[in-house]
Write a protein that binds this ligand. Structure first.
Ligand SMILES: [Zn+2]
Ligand SMILES: [Zn+2]
Length: 416
């Protein structure tokens, strides 16, 4: 078996791993979003495409596979529905920004039709392999993938993005035994802030803004973070102040259909009853009345309805960043320079910007725990920047694992 790293190696973004054996698998096919979009390097013949979860850094390029071929696709059902939502939106954004299309609705349609959903724990036979998904604890429908060769019993496990610590809406990731483990290393160098105290700090600050008749503007990723933050606010009696805008609304509705995949569905169900849904310009003006909380994409302020609000806030407002802010995004610029770029104009944003670590990724201890319990011979560190993936690989070698931190374009061969 050979694995070629088409993207997502010594970088976060465009995850894409080409696994060649008697059948050829493609694990994820994502894009990297910054000032410009980056794509994985080109792939050979694919027999089956496997999707770990619906975030665009894992599924953003999947329809492109269907320009000239029709490989079957496997993943969970929520991943299918949420990927459809995000991919449709990415086509719309491409058209709006006059970008040359890499794929159209036609290829997206082929991808969706070729996608066969499977639940966690239900093995799929494919050639001489069995593919099984397990809960990855990252977002609704996120999966750890195991590919097992029936004759030898050898197992390749790909974690995708995962989290062992429970979130309000997600159970903890299942740890799966492996011979070869490919693991995300986004936060290999540190542990996350204690979640309970981060939530407490967040809720207190938001409450203060609301009490002072300012606006608490909370940019969120539409899928995953929006629902988790809403659950936090509801748990603390603040959901009746929430205005939810953009794709976060649709993503929340889809998430609610898949209650089996959620930790605490009642919390989200109850929260949704209290919120105001923002659908048009008039609703947006209403949302900007003081004393409200606006939950809106995009999480890194690169587009989305958040840009309609950010220059129009009244006094006593604050901006609450709730996730990773990649380089070359508005989110990073507002943190470092107090500015954002909208339609090529730079705006100074005079409101305090607060940052919280509500990461849905494994921290350092989670990563080490996963490797030790999965107990592979070989560990491949992906989905981390050069420093994170190489330093954790070095540490794992010292623990006795054969560990790798490949670069994009590299190939590794394994007995399987
Ligand atoms: Zn993700
Ligand atoms: Zn990711």
């Amino acid at each position: 078996m050979e694995i070629q790293f088409l993207g997502g190696a010594r970088e976060v973004g465009r995850s894409s791993f080409y696994v060649k054996g008697s059948k050829n698998f493609l694990l994820d096919y994502g894009v990297k979003v910054g000032r410009k979009i980056e794509y994985p390097i080109s792939v050979g013949k694919v027999d089956a495409f496997i999707l770990s979860h619906a975030h665009l850094d894992h599924c953003g390029f999947a329809p492109e596979l269907y320009r000239h071929a029709f490989p079957i696709a496997f993943g969970t059902e929520p991943s299918l529905r949420l990927a459809e939502l995000l991919l449709e939106d990415s086509i719309k954004i491409g058209i709006k920004e006059h970008l040359p299309p890499k794929f159209t609705k036609r290829e997206l349609g082929f991808f969706l039709r070729r996608y066969v959903p499977y639940d966690y724990g239900a093995p799929v036979g494919f050639g001489e392999y069995d593919i099984t998904f397990y809960d990855a604890g990252h977002m609704c429908g996120s999966a750890v993938t195991k590919i097992e060769k029936s004759s030898s019993g050898r197992k390749l496990v790909y974690t995708g993005d995962f989290k062992i610590e429970e979130q309000l809406l997600q159970r903890s990731a299942e740890i799966v035994e492996s011979d070869i483990l490919m693991i995300e290393t986004t936060y290999a160098n540190r542990n996350h802030e204690d979640r309970k105290s981060a939530i407490k700090r967040f809720v207190e600050e938001v409450r203060e803004v609301v009490d002072n008749k300012g606006t608490a503007l909370v940019p969120v990723f539409a899928v995953g973070r929006a629902q988790e933050v809403l659950a936090m606010l509801h748990k603390n009696g603040l959901s009746d102040k929430v205005y939810m805008d953009g794709m976060a609304r649709k993503a929340t509705d889809i998430t609610l259909e898949f209650y089996k995949y959620l930790n605490n569905v009642e919390l989200l169900k109850d929260a949704v009853k209290n919120i105001q849904r923002v659908k048009d310009r008039r609703d947006r003006i209403g949302a900007l009345d003081g004393g409200n909380i606006i939950l809106t994409p995009a999480g890194m302020l690169n587009g989305g309805p958040v840009l309609n609000y950010i220059t129009k806030l009244r006094k006593n407002s604050k901006i609450f960043l709730t996730g990773y802010q990649a380089e070359a995004t508005n989110g990073r610029m507002i943190l470092e320079e107090g500015k954002v770029e909208i339609d090529e104009n730079i705006h100074r944003i005079p409101y305090p910007v607060l940052k919280y670590d509500f990461s849905a990724h494994a921290g350092r201890d989670d990563i080490l725990e996963y490797v030790r319990k999965s107990n592979p011979e070989k560990v491949i560190c992906v989905h981390g920047d050069a420093e994170n993936s190489t330093s954790i690989a070095t540490e794992l070698k010292e623990e006795g694992f054969e560990a790798f931190a490949p670069e994009v374009g590299d190939r590794l061969e394994f007995e399987f």
